[in-house]
Write a protein that binds this ligand. Structure first.
Ligand SMILES: O=c1[nH]c(=O)c2ncn([C@@H]3O[C@H](COP(=O)(O)OP(=O)(O)OP(=O)(O)O)[C@@H](O)[C@H]3O)c2[nH]1
Ligand SMILES: [Mg+2]
Length: 194
């Protein structure tokens, strides 16, 4: 089975590709089929935005499509940046700077209040326009400095136990990540439909 990933985020594409591979699902990126398509993410929830992205690409390609809307929810910030994680401190602000600002906001927050979670809402639409929604959550803590080299986005400051997401191998991140959990749930649901 082939599925178009409705995303412009290369980190997500890499994760979709490796998580789907064992299930025989091949990922084609949006940039390969409709590079000119831009979708306004004007929803207020992960669910709404993932549908906006999946539906826009599905309307264009009429093929099976998967979209991910995700974000980092920090308890000490009332759940922010959440749905606005990609736009935190400005969409074009590079991640080292976003991370610096987030750590600055949390500078007086003690260990036990640095709890956070990554949430990924996945919206899948098949070639007949049937929709499946799944969500994955990964609980963790915000660290005090960036650590590690792997992954993307806020991975260097998202701690799962002693290690940041960036210090985990790809396999280790996929095993516990919000996206790994949601995509494996999706493959289960797809298996029931086939
Ligand atoms: O360190 C991270 N590790 C992750 O595993 C992860 N998953 C999500 N995020 C953050 O949340 C935003 C989602 O925003 P988002 O869903 O709108 O995606 P995006 O704008 O990057 O691409 P698109 O899929 O919308 O095209 C992303 O940009 C990242 O900042 C992550 N950060
Ligand atoms: Mg986005």
């Amino acid at each position: 089975m082939k599925v178009v990933a409705a995303t412009g985020n290369k980190g997500k594409i890499r994760e979709f590709t490796r998580i789907f591979a064992p299930f025989g699902i091949e990922v084609i990126s949006q940039s390969q089929v409709c590079p000119e398509l831009e979708v306004e993410e004007n929803g207020t929830t992960f669910e709404e935005n993932s549908f906006l992205k999946a539906n826009a690409v599905h309307q264009h390609t009429k093929t099976a499509v998967v979209a991910d809307d995700s974000g980092l929810c920090v308890d000490a910030l009332g759940g922010a940046p959440g749905v606005y994680s990609a736009r935190y401190a400005g969409e074009d602000t590079p991640y080292p700077e976003k991370i610096r600002l987030l750590l600055e906001e949390l500078k007086d927050i003690p260990d036990e209040k640095r709890t956070a979670r990554f949430v990924a809402h996945i919206c899948f639409i098949d070639e007949n326009s049937n929709r499946i929604d799944v969500e994955g959550v990964c609980e963790g803590n915000i660290g005090y400095e960036p650590k590690g080299e792997n992954g993307f986005g806020y991975d260097p400051i998202f701690m799962v136990g002693e290690k940041s997401f960036s210090e985990l191998s790809d396999e280790e991140k996929d095993q516990c990540s919000h996206r790994g959990k949601a995509l494996r749930e999706l493959t289960k649901r797809l298996g029931q439909h086939l």
